[in-house]
Design a protein around this ligand. Sequence first.
Ligand SMILES: C[S@@+](CC[C@H](N)C(=O)[O-])C[C@H]1O[C@@H](n2cnc3c(N)ncnc32)[C@H](O)[C@@H]1O
Ligand code: SF4
Length: 378
Amino acid sequence: MAGIYIHIPFCSQFCSYCDFYSVKQTQNIDQYIKALEKEIVIRSNDFKMRGLTVGTIYFGGGTPSLIKTASLKRILRAIQDNYPFSPGGAYEVTIEVNPDDITPLYLDGLKECGFNRLSMGIQSFSDNHLRWMNRRHDAQTAIMAFQMAREAGFLNISTDLIFGFEMLSESEWRENIQKTISLNPEHISAYQISIERGTTLYKNYVKGEYIAPADESSAKQYQILQKELSKAGYIQYEVSSFCKPGHHSGHNSSYWDFTPYFGFGPSAHSFDGTKRQRNFSSLAKYIKASESGGKFGTSHKHSAKERFNEFIMLSLRKTEGIDRAHLEKFYKNFVTAEFIKELDKLTESGFLIEERGKIRIPPEHLFVSDGIIRDLFA
Ligand SMILES: C[S@@+](CC[C@H](N)C(=O)[O-])C[C@H]1O[C@@H](n2cnc3c(N)ncnc32)[C@H](O)[C@@H]1O
Ligand code: SF4
């Protein structure tokens, strides 16, 4: 089984906090689709040689919903025509959509293409917050987009929220959570805002015009999130991911479970089971590579130490945690006396729990998971 990720590097407006690779020149979309089809075809031999089969497809961005459904269909056809699919079907085919791109006609087109899961970037239900984020939509547009998606027959929808920014009060955060719950999505991703270099948020932060809230305040918001979503029947299965039973994101889970995935488009990442590849974060360079049949990016084989650190990080981000038997079997050189001592220390202080062969971070400490994970690195 493997995942396929397609990066759509276009946004008509940039959000103040986002540093995902994306450009505004939407006049290049058609040329980009052609380049993408080429990459999909060129790399298919590599995929087949490894005996992989497609289990999930994910269109992320940038803004995939800026692309006409006829073009999305062409990309999907290139995958269907060149890649073997996992036997048995039940494929998860997701597209990230921005609420203001949604119309009944567009949704019908997405259905016809074969998309069966939407990931909707709502972020907040406050128009004030949305303006501050420089989002294109307002709260009412988001609610209508969600309802339209239901009416169009989408039964698997994820919504994204952001917390931990200066102007978000506790009561507004509670309201954002309640409004999300009232829409009843199958999946919710909630991200603590991060200040990324090169973004407007970063510039404002450096100038002292944006003051990041205290960690305790973001930790409290995270705690409220966990409590309210749990009461509403959502299961937390990863640091930022919550779902109704049976609705975890199959595609994202492949990143955390070391399932291979092939990513196409500028800045897309791939993991073929041994090597990591990162495509160039430049649309011009990417289009050139497709025309010359050259390299789309650089690849890197992780050292044993990098693989171990990655295993610790990805496993502990999941609420399921680390499988102790797997750790001892495949990473035995790193299970040193020093590592065991650190593990015991974290367990004694309650930052880790070991139960039924799994080592995990309990929900009340997931907010500080990064620090716990770093303590265990080789
Ligand atoms: C990169 S966007 C792509 C999908 C779509 N364009 C959208 O905005 O929803 C995917 C998710 O990453 C989140 N994101 C991007 N930068 C972030 C940051 N610095 N901190 C927290 N979340 C961020 C976005 O808000 C969105 O929910
Ligand atoms: S959050 Fe989404 S819409 Fe906003 S700049 Fe990033 S990719 Fe574009």
